[in-house]
Each structure stands twice: as structure tokens, then as C-alpha cells.
Design a protein around this ligand. Sequence first.
Ligand SMILES: [Zn+2]
Ligand SMILES: [Zn+2]
Length: 98
Amino acid sequence: MFCPKCGALLYPDGEEMKCRKCGFVRDRKERKRIVSAREEREVTVIDEKVSVLPKTQVTCPRCDHHEAYWILRQTRAADEPETRIYTCTKCGHKWREY
Ligand SMILES: [Zn+2]
Ligand SMILES: [Zn+2]
């Protein structure tokens, strides 16, 4: 990590990174928070994109297409199994696996 002011190497000092040349101080905690916020945004973007969901070979009950996206949906009761929700890649029909 380098100093944004003078380009010299920063040295760790407790929770901070310090520049010995010009005295610039970077808070390492602050930097960590920025990185995790960016990661959360990326995860949200992936959730919204249907095209990145896994596909599987399954027959659509509406149009007989042989491929569908699938996701697992957790049921509220812990003793019930997860339900697999399919979305047909051709007609968009959604159904559950029982
Ligand atoms: Zn500096
Ligand atoms: Zn279909």
C-alpha cells in the first residue's frame, strides 16, 4: 500500500497505515468497511440476474422444454426439506419440485 500524497510506502502503526515521509495516515478499519460494502453490492447484483442461476435438465410441464433454472427455497419449518423452484428457460414458467 502506498501513500496517495507522496507515493512512499505506508507502514502499519496500530490500526493505521502511516507514511513516514509526509505523515499521511490511513485508517485500516475504514478501508476494510469500504471493501465489504462493495462485496455486498456485488452479491445483490448477482441475485437479481436470473441468467447466472444454475441450469438443469428438467422438462417444463407447460411447454415440454428440457432446460430450466433452479434455486433452493428454504421453508420456514426446520424439519421440512428445502423446495427446489424451477424456472423454464424458454417460456418462464415456474414450478416446484415435490
Ligand atoms: Zn506520504
Ligand atoms: Zn416452458
